[in-house]
Write a protein that binds this ligand. Structure first.
Ligand SMILES: Cc1cc2nc3c(=O)[nH]c(=O)nc-3n(C[C@H](O)[C@H](O)[C@H](O)COP(=O)(O)OP(=O)(O)OC[C@H]3O[C@@H](n4cnc5c(N)ncnc54)[C@H](O)[C@@H]3O)c2cc1C
Length: 412
């Protein structure tokens, strides 16, 4: 190893969650806080989202993604955070020992606490089982943004967008900004996944929205020429020159997978409690690594709260927890964050909620049981990818409960 570094807190990932956590730590008086970011600039995914709106929650103003990313990085530096760019963490070791690859060589880091904030990655076409040809012009949203904002290229002029969650609308705004005119947005469910006011974007921009419609085939020899979709009125061919695949995000949890930390198969991120603490008490997590995919503002707030809680934890470390309550869930619930609750609760918590997602459109009663007894219930109508929240303050957890079980009693 060329360098050995002993610090208070290492933050892995310089996106909104990591930068917010680092700032909160410095504001709470933690001396040496280092953000390790593998890219050449900090700010995470918003660096490639050249459209508004970012920053309302954080700076009380509407910014484009790059402006927002720049302001976050500047604010963190002004607060005394050390940001090390082109530094990739390659291994997580017990108790906060990290291996880092940097342009100057390998670094062995020892940190009192580590905050993981590595964000999300997209599922490529090959893993999505889409039929048809393999022409040029099929991209995921990350690639679209890299083409348009970083390389100033137009991979197509009239694409279709598959999906209607938050990031699909980010792709729609990206197309508009770069002079591309999407010919349709296609959604397998009977409702738009994103919520109001984002859900109005296709209408505002005059893009046909095809609900209850599946992408069956992509056609074209060299470049995409059309897509075959199957909707309520049968199959239909739509002429287009590109396909933007959105959705199917996964937490970027490669480091966690290769480590001693417990991984949650539902979320694809690390197992955490309500303050973001992982199975090794030196490690915490925040942002989209916890679950795919939330907004920048949401991830930023999670980062801040975890940073505040970690600062508190350094001053007065958690004793062996008196009680752990495991949160279980049943299909069609796909994921739950956090996956366990620690009592007595110390700190603010990543959010004030248990967050859920479902794997299929569902209506019914969302119910929470503790030891065979129902302790909470609420009627819901939910779509995959949509945020579902159970307020922790409204959830009575009996003193003898070891497990909370969350399920949905579906309406007929
Ligand atoms: C294509 C796309 C478009 C989006 N558009 C929007 C939008 O318009 N509005 C919105 O609110 N949200 C959008 N989102 C959601 C977006 O993920 C959040 O806005 C926000 O960026 C999440 O913050 P984060 O800090 O959790 O993760 P990220 O922003 O993803 O940051 C993670 C950082 O960790 C770094 N990293 C990862 N692994 C390592 C490692 N081993 N070592 C060092 N560094 C590492 C990465 O380089 C990255 O900079 C979009 C997401 C995607 C994928």
């Amino acid at each position: 190893m060329s360098e050995v570094l002993a610090i208070d807190v290492a933050v892995i990932g310089g996106g909104p969650a990591g930068l917010a956590a680092a700032m909160a730590l410095r504001e709470a008086g933690v001396a040496r806080v280092v953000v390790f970011e593998r890219e050449t600039s900090a700010g995470g995914i918003p660096r490639h989202c050249g459209h508004p709106p970012f920053g309302l929650r954080e700076f009380n103003r509407v910014l484009t993604g790059p402006q927002y990313a720049k302001r976050l990085a500047e604010a963190a530096k002004a607060a005394g955070v050390e940001i090390r760019l082109r530094h990739s963490i390659t291994r997580l070791g017990a108790g906060g020992m990290l291996d880092v690859a940097s342009p100057e060589g390998a670094i062995a880091v020892t940190a009192k606490r580590v905050i993981l904030a590595t964000g999300v990655r997209e599922t490529p076409r090959s893993a999505r089982l889409i039929g048809g040809d393999r022409p040029q012009g099929i991209v995921n949203t990350g690639a679209l943004q890299a083409y348009t904002y970083l390389e100033h290229l137009q991979p197509f002029r009239r694409p279709v967008i598959i999906g209607t969650e938050l990031v699909a609308f980010s792709a729609l705004l990206t197309c508009r900004k770069a002079g591309m005119r999407p010919v349709a947005m296609i959604e397998a469910n009977d409702r738009v996944t994103a919520r109001w006011p984002i859900a109005w974007a296709p209408r505002i921009f005059g893009v046909p929205l095809l609900l209850s419609t599946q992408l069956a085939e992509i056609r074209g020899r060299t470049q995409v020429e059309s897509v075959l979709v199957k909707g309520p009125h049968g199959p239909r061919e739509i002429a287009c020159d590109g396909v933007i695949l959105s959705g199917c995000f996964q937490p970027a949890s490669e480091l966690v997978r290769g480590s001693h930390l417990a991984l949650d198969p539902g979320s694809g991120g690390p197992v955490v409690d309500q303050i973001g603490r992982c199975s090794d008490a030196a490690y915490f997590a925040a942002g989209n690594l916890l679950r795919a995919v939330e907004t920048a503002g949401w991830s930023w707030r999670e980062g801040r709260r975890v940073g505040t809680d970690v600062a508190r934890d350094i001053v007065s470390p958690a004793e062996t927890p008196a009680r752990q309550v495991t949160i279980e869930h049943a299909p069609p619930i796909k994921l739950v964050v956090p996956q366990r609750l620690t009592f007595p609760a110390k700190g603010e918590g990543i959010t004030d909620y248990i967050q859920l997602r479902v794997s299929a459109a569902v209506s019914g009663d969302l119910v929470v049981h503790a030891g065979g007894q129902r302790v909470w219930r609420q009627r819901i109508s939910a779509l995959p990818e949509r945020r579902i929240l159970i307020p922790l303050s409204a959830l009575p957890v009996p003193a003898d409960a070891a497990t909370l079980r969350i399920s949905i009693d579906q309406a007929d």
